[in-house]
Design a protein around this ligand. Structure first.
Ligand code: PGA
Length: 255
């Protein structure tokens, strides 16, 4: 199974020129990679310019999507729009959207339905807060998120397991420089895998990629990818530095 390395640029960089420079630096290296699937997720303004230009060379993902197909939904973007802009992935349920924009599990679930139904591949983000972590509630939080986020997602919506990836992103590890240890993250990934088997037939559950996100960089990536259940990474801050991100891709390709 190819590793999935996703660059979540969030609300960066601030100009198209910078965005294109970053994308081109990654593209140059990406051509030679055999064991990694790289997905660039720029903000919407840069996303479609870049995807129209470079989607034949690298995969692009959106950082969000709306569940309605079209109509009076000011500010929103439909799955179809993404598809027709050569965007193949979408990040759904990132904790920053849950926290700052009030995105609920019900909304996440509707987005997953709509996106899968339109042939997009999903990167579903789940994770616990620091308080929940300290109280030992990680598993119960993740179980609840998976149950609600994947409600009524029938196996037929998942034509092949690569259509769905789960990003385990402990909220307290995001952007803090304090990542979860590879061993603990791997244990959580094992738990997620067991939970997935409650939702889907074994054949699908065993092949859904579980990736880790939260302060991943070129120095610590090797630890995560050496684990048995972690098949990639969702990279925020370090994906904005071409050198750092390229190093992450090279390490992922070699492992
Ligand atoms: P980070 O962000 O790598 O900057 O911690 C990860 C994410 O939010 O996806």
């Amino acid at each position: 199974m190819k590793k999935l390395v996703v660059a979540n640029w969030k609300m960066n960089p601030q100009s198209y020129a910078e965005a294109e420079r970053l994308a081109r630096a990654v593209l140059k290296l990406n051509r030679g990679l055999k064991n990694v699937e790289t997905v660039l997720c720029p903000p919407f303004t840069w996303l479609t310019d870049l995807s129209h230009k470079y989607a034949r060379k690298i995969a692009f993902g959106a950082q969000d999507v709306f569940w309605q197909p079209k109509g009076a939904f000011t500010g929103e973007i439909s799955p179809d729009m993404l598809r027709s802009s050569k965007v193949s992935y979408v990040i759904i349920g990132h904790s920053e959207r849950r926290r700052h924009l009030g995105e609920t599990d019900e909304m996440v679930n509707k987005k997953i339905h709509a996106a899968l139904g339109n042939g997009l591949r999903i990167i579903l983000c789940i994770g616990e807060s620091l308080q929940e972590h300290k109280r030992g509630q990680t598993k119960s939080i993740l179980r609840r998120q998976l149950k609600k986020d994947l409600a009524k997602i029938s196996p037929s919506l998942i034509p092949y397991p690569l259509s769905l990836a789960i990003a385990y992103e402990p909220i307290w590890a995001i952007g803090t420089g304090l990542p979860e240890t590879p061993k603990n993250a791997d244990n959580v990934a094992k738990f997620i895998r067991r939970e997935l088997a409650k939702h889907f037939p074994k054949k699908i559950a065993n092949n859904i990629r579980i990736i880790y996100g939260g302060s991943v960089d070129s120095r610590n990536i090797i630890g995560y990818l050496a684990m048995t259940q972690i098949i990639g990474a969702l990279v925020g801050g370090a994906s904005l530095n071409a050198k750092d991100f390229i190093k992450i891709l090279q390490i992922a390709d070699q492992i």
